[in-house]
Design a protein around this ligand. Sequence first.
Ligand SMILES: Nc1ccn([C@@H]2O[C@H](COP(=O)(O)OP(=O)(O)OP(=O)(O)O)[C@@H](O)[C@H]2O)c(=O)n1
Ligand SMILES: C[C@](O)(CO)[C@H](O)COP(=O)(O)O
Length: 233
Amino acid sequence: MRTVAVVLAGGIGQRVGAGRPKQLIEVGGRPILELAVRAFDDHPGIAEVVVVMAAGHLRAAAAIAAPFGKVTAVIEGGDTRTASTVAALRVLADRPDGTRVLFHDAARPFVDAAVIGRVLDALDAHECVAVGMPASDTIVEVAGGFVAAMPPRESLSRFQTPQGFRLGVLRKAYELALADPALRATDDCGIVHRYLPDVPIRVVAGSERNLKVTHPLDVVVAEHLATEPLEQS
Ligand SMILES: Nc1ccn([C@@H]2O[C@H](COP(=O)(O)OP(=O)(O)OP(=O)(O)O)[C@@H](O)[C@H]2O)c(=O)n1
Ligand SMILES: C[C@](O)(CO)[C@H](O)COP(=O)(O)O
């Protein structure tokens, strides 16, 4: 079954504050968006790439995507990451439920073939796959300025992307989510977990290099990684 990668670049990068979407910033001389698209275009397990771009920047995204033979569409995203995923699901409306689809943050330019490969392998046996890394800080739940819960650190995982799905499962989860006026989510596995709780979500290992460029400091780290790659971990 054909596998489609969706590169979500619909955000405006408010926290980085570069005055333009952070995925257009260059690290190591290449736009962050280009690096993310390249990772999927290069991967032999990916047949097609869809780019979801922030409104007002489609021309820039199309120019970046033009050299990549697997890119079939560059579309406009929505106001939230969730709305951008929905825009991609619309473009994929005619695809069979069994289609495998990977959703990736454009803001993670250093995703590599090994991580993508682990997601693809896990999708052979599972309908929903997340990428996680062990927590290194102690993470607590805080309510009203006080610690409310301290889950054991060994049970916690920091999610990265790509997140992989059988298209039919993600469609169903989003159908239920969009009917919920209280819908709030920070990722697509979260939508499946909340609205289709019986669907197991397999977690495979990510990589420390697969960081998300979120704050100005991350741009500095990304520039360093782009020019002086560290040992893979
Ligand atoms: N409306 C949105 C918001 C986010 N994203 C994408 O989802 C990924 C993770 O989002 P985030 O890091 O929050 O990016 P921004 O929304 O751009 O950042 P900020 O919240 O600081 O504005 C990014 O690749 C971003 O482009 C998207 O496709 N559509
Ligand atoms: C999907 C994600 O990258 C998993 O860690 C994360 O939830 C995205 O969050 P953001 O606030 O949209 O950057």
